[in-house]
Design a protein around this ligand. Structure first.
Ligand code: NAD
Length: 350
C-alpha cells in the first residue's frame, strides 16, 4: 500500500523509525532529490492514526520539492513527522531522532516546524550534522521571508499598474506576526498606504503605533477595498466564501497554503485578480535555511529573497504565454527543473 502511494506521488523513500527506550515514533519522507538533498522541517503532532501521519508527511514533503525547485535552490523536498503530544516531548526523544536522521546519510536535512524549534534542533544536532535551524544557525528567517514577499508584491504591482511606485497603492496585511510586521515596515518605507488586521488586538495596536497605519476588523478584512491583499496569518483564507468579497487586484502574501483548494487560483484569475503563488514569494524562509546549510550569511539570504520579484515576473510572463495561471506556470517551471517526473504524479503541490 505504501509502495503504491509512493509511486503515485513520486516519493523516493519513506522511512519509519521507532525507539523503544524513549517511545519515539517518526516518519521521514524524501520526495525527490534530483536537485539536491531533501530539506524540510520536522513537524510534531499527536496524529490520531499512523495513516494520518503518513499522509501528512507525504503531502508536505512533495510540496517542499516544488518550493525548492521554484525558488531555484539546489535542494530536494523532504519532511518528517514525529507522532507525539507536544507536552510529552523530551530531549531523549530528539536525541534518538537525531541519530535516526543521521542514518539517512545526508539525503534528508531536517529543521524546525510546527511544535519543534531551535531548542529541539540543538538536541538533534548532537546526533547528526544534517540539521539546520539550530542556535548556531542564522536565526529567525522572518525578515528574509518578508523581504521576499515585498519583492513579490512589488513585481505584482508593476505587472498590474505598469509602475512599481507605491505612493498611490493601498495594501491590506492580514496577520501582523513575525512576517506581517516586517512586511508592514517595508511597505511603509516604500510609501504604500497600509491597513492591518489581526485577531490579536495587542499585535494590531503595536503595529498601528509603530507605523501609523490603519486597522481593519478581522471579520471585515476581505471586504476592505485595496490594491493588494497580503494574507500573512493562516492558510485556507482564499476560498469560495472570501473570493467574491475581495475588492483588490492582487493577492500576494506569506501565509502557507493560502488557497483552500488549488482551483481557487483559477477563480482569482477569472475575476481578474493576480495571484502570486504563496510558495514562490514566501520562499525566503527556505532560502535562509538553505544558506545556513551552505555556510552562507543572512545578507546572502536577503539578496536572494530580493530576487524573488524577478522570478515572479518571469513566471507571470510564462503564465501569459501559456494562457494559464501563475500557479500553473510555477508548477510547470518546477517540473522542468526536476525533469523526468511524470505529469500525473506531480499534478499539484497543494
Ligand atoms: P506568527 O505566528 O508570528 O504570526 C501570525 C499572526 O497571524 C499572529 O499575529 C496571529 O494572531 C495572526 N492570526 C492568526 N489567525 C488569524 C486570523 N484568522 N485573522 C487574522 N490574523 C490571524 O507567524 P509568522 O511566522 O508571521 O508566519 C505567518 C504565515 O507565514 C504562516 O502561515 C507561516 O506558515 C508563513 N510563513 C512564515 C515564514 C517565516 O519565515 N516565519 C516563512 C514562510 C511562510
Amino acid at each position: 500500500m505504501v509502495h503504491d502511494a509512493m509511486l503515485e506521488s513520486g516519493h523516493e523513500q519513506v522511512t519509519h523509525f521507532v525507539d523503544e527506550e524513549t517511545g519515539l515514533r517518526a516518519i521521514v519522507a524524501i520526495h525527490d532529490t534530483t536537485l539536491g538533498p531533501a530539506l524540510g522541517g520536522t513537524r510534531l503532532l499527536p496524529y490520531e492514526t499512523e495513516a494520518d501521519a503518513l499522509r501528512d508527511v507525504m503531502r508536505l514533503s512533495r510540496a517542499m520539492t516544488y518550493k525548492a525547485a521554484a525558488a531555484d535552490l539546489e535542494l530536494g523536498g523532504g519532511k518528517a513527522v514525529i507522532v507525539d503530544d507536544p507536552d510529552e516531548k523530551t530531549e531523549a526523544k530528539f536525541r534518538a531522532y537525531g541519530r535516526m536522521v543521521d542514518r539517512l546519510g545526508g539525503h534528508y536535512i531536517t529543521s524546525v516546524d510546527v511544535n519543534t524549534g531551535v531548542a529541539e534542533m540543538d538536541v538533534v544536532a548532537e546526533g547528526t550534522d544534517h540539521v539546520v535551524g539550530t542556535s548556531d544557525g542564522l536565526g529567525d528567517p522572518s525578515p528574509v521571508t518578508a523581504r521576499g514577499i515585498f519583492s513579490g508584491i512589488r513585481a505584482s504591482v508593476e505587472t498590474v499598474y505598469g509602475t512599481d511606485d507605491f505612493d498611490d497603492r493601498t495594501v491590506v496585511v492580514q496577520g501582523v506576526g513575525k512576517v506581517g510586521q516586517n512586511l508592514v515596515g517595508l511597505l511603509r518605507e516604500a510609501g504604500a498606504t497600509v491597513k492591518v488586521s489581526d485577531v490579536d488586538e495587542a499585535a494590531v495596536e503595536s503595529v498601528v503605533a509603530e507605523y501609523g497605519v490603519e486597522s481593519v476588523a478581522p471579520e471585515d478584512v476581505y471586504d476592505e477595498p485595496c490594491d493588494v491583499f497580503a494574507p500573512c496569518a493562516v492558510g485556507g483564507v482564499i476560498n469560495d466564501e472570501t473570493i467574491p468579497r475581495l475588492d483588490c487586484d492582487v493577492v500576494a502574501g506569506g501565509a502557507n497554503n493560502v488557497l483552500a483548494e488549488r482551483r481557487h487560483a483559477a477563480d482569482l484569475h477569472e475575476r481578474g485578480i493576480l495571484y502570486a503563488p504563496d510558495y514562490v514569494i514566501n520562499a525566503g524562509g527556505l532560502i535562509t535555511v538553505a544558506k545556513e546549510h551552505e555556510g552562507g550569511t543572512m545578507a546572502d539570504a536577503m539578496a536572494e529573497a530580493e530576487a524573488i520579484g524577478d522570478r515572479l515576473l518571469d513566471l507571470i510572463g510564462r503564465a501569459e504565454d501559456h494562457e494559464t495561471t501563475v500557479l500553473d506556470a510555477a508548477e510547470r517551471y518546477a517540473r522542468e527543473r526536476i525533469g523526468g517526473a511524470d505529469e500525473a504524479r506531480v499534478a499539484s503541490p497543494q
